[in-house]
Design a protein around this ligand. Structure first.
Ligand code: PLP
Length: 494
């Protein structure tokens, strides 16, 4: 049965997967959601015998139903190749009885690579299928990791241009260096005097602005998005939850059918929504543990039923989660309202007018699979330090937020269900915070710090960091929120 995609706000028509990927965001500003979630059509045991690529195909074919088998297999083959530093693509490490699903073995050493390695291929294929010859302009707001992963994925891809906006003081030194040294004649990277929410809100506005879109079309361009609002980001992320579960089956850690928990460090709610979808498709899930940092807007939402962004924005050592408006939560709201676009649109209107909304008791009832927790900065540092002292395993601050929240949850609930923790970045990407948490000196050149961390963690410096040594800075522009649209036009020459 074909799956079609519709806006969470009810506007426009249902579209095919390839159309939804090309469009990125629905015309009414809503997010595309599948009209139903198909069940896995292979048994868990069969899936357990597959490698990452085969598993990716068996999951993605169910949701991207207008791609042919050949098209999909080609996209998968181009994405999950030697760009990853292990043939397993997403290996798992056990520490203290929990399973760390390492999603950082791609080109930019953060989990965003899992989806952004394949998105350019899905998009180019989508343009071909829809006979759209316009140049695709990827407009992206980043809290640090999406930007670089999208740049790496789209650099020099024919038929595309990519513009990335990042909060100029809101990303780690390595993240910044990765972005401003990006090569590729079709890339543009701009710092914004503001926080991630400023970048994201303005990108969304430009994206749906009628005058801007007319101007773009007149010049042979069309916008699309590499942010997790694009369904082409979400679908590839479902794969690794299926893969993780079936690895546990294969290794005899669980029996097929046994429930597991997924604990996910969360910002824009994309990664954990993918885990929710994996559960809906047939992976036995007991709890989805949503881990927040000090920007605990999601924790408050899960504990009170009220989403309230009216609060101080905090810069933390897990910057990719420094977010107060979690875009993808809109998809969950739509689903728990009973796929009711009217109800969702009403709440989103309240969010943009008042900065908050409350869900109904019936909707809350449907959230019972979720539980939330948060980690302060001290908790995060302590989670890095104690895990290292106990096991020698070094994790990044985002993963540390998840570890803290998981331990808190396990202690309070007594739940012994096997738990997979999404390990979303390599510690090398956030080495200053990691070294400081370990009580080590963290002053000086960021590349020298990588060497220090390598000695402590007893793992080699990843190629993604090695290659920054001596890389020339190519992007130095900074603007304010009001100047973002001007920069887009300037780069495109329109
Ligand atoms: C993006 C990111 C997150 C948050 O993921 P969401 O899908 O936005 O919830 C967590 N950790 C790292 C390292 C990230 O890059």
């Amino acid at each position: 049965m074909n799956v079609y995609y519709q806006s969470t706000r009810g506007g426009g028509e249902k579209v095919t997967a390839s159309k939804a990927i090309l469009m990125g965001l629905a015309e009414d500003g809503g997010l595309f959601v599948p009209d139903h979630l198909p069940k896995l059509d292979r048994s868990l045991e069969e899936l357990a015998a597959e490698d990452y690529k085969e598993c990716a195909h068996d999951v993605m074919k169910l949701l991207l139903t207008d791609y042919s088998e050949e098209e999909l297999k080609e996209c998968i083959a181009k994405a999950y190749d030697s760009k990853f530093d292990t043939p397993e693509i997403a290996p798992m490490a056990e520490a203290e009885g929990a399973y760390y699903l390492e999603l950082f073995h791609g080109k930019t050493i953060a989990f965003k690579d899992m989806a952004l390695s394949i998105l350019p291929h899905l998009m180019i294929t989508a343009a071909r299928k829809n006979k759209d010859e316009r140049t695709i302009v990827i407009l992206t707001a980043t809290s640090g990791d999406t930007g670089k992963a999208a740049l790496a994925g789209f650099a020099d891809v024919p038929g595309t241009k990519i513009i990335v906006f990042y909060p100029k003081d809101g990303v780690s030194p390595i993240q910044k260096r990765q972005m401003i040294t990006q090569t590729g004649s079709n890339t543009c990277v701009i710092g914004v005097d503001g926080n991630f929410d400023d970048c994201q809100t303005e990108v969304k506005r430009i994206f749906t602005d009628e005058a801007e879109n007319r101007k773009l079309n007149g010049n042979g361009y069309r916008f699309s998005s590499a942010n997790s609002i694009n369904i082409g980001r979400l679908v590839p992320q479902i794969v690794y939850y299926v893969y993780a579960y079936t690895r546990l089956v294969r290794e005899g850690r669980i029996k097929a059918g046994d429930p597991v928990n997924f604990c996910v460090p969360t910002g824009n709610f994309g990664n954990i929504l993918a885990a929710y979808y994996a559960g809906q498709m047939g992976i036995p899930v007991h709890k989805l543990i949503c881990a927040s940092n000090s920007n605990r807007v999601l924790y408050d939402f899960f504990t009170t039923g009220t989403y309230d962004r009216n609060r101080r924005f905090v810069l933390t050592m897990s910057p990719s989660m420094d977010i107060l408006v979690s875009s993808n939560l809109e998809r969950l709201i739509y689903h728990i309202a009973g796929d009711d676009a009217g109800k969702n649109a009403e709440l989103m209107k309240e969010l943009s007018a008042e900065g908050k909304y409350s869900i109904t008791p019936e909707m809350r009832e449907k959230l019972r699979i979720f539980t939330g927790g948060y980690a302060s900065e001290e908790d995060t540092a302590e989670a890095i330090r104690s895990l290292y002292e106990d096991t020698g395993y070094v994790i990044d601050p985002h993963t540390a937020v998840a570890r803290h929240v998981y331990q808190q949850y396990a202690k309070e609930s007594g739940d012994k269900t096997p738990t997979v923790i999404a390990s979303t970045a390599s510690p090398f990407k956030f080495e200053t915070s990691v070294l400081r948490s370990l009580g080590q000196p963290a002053e000086g050149d960021d590349l020298a710090l990588a060497d220090a961390l390598s000695r402590i963690a007893n793992v080699p410096v990843p190629e993604a960091v090695e290659s920054l040594r001596g890389a020339a800075v190519r992007h130095t522009k900074v603007t304010d929120r009001a100047g973002m649209e001007r920069e887009v036009s300037a780069f495109l020459g329109i």
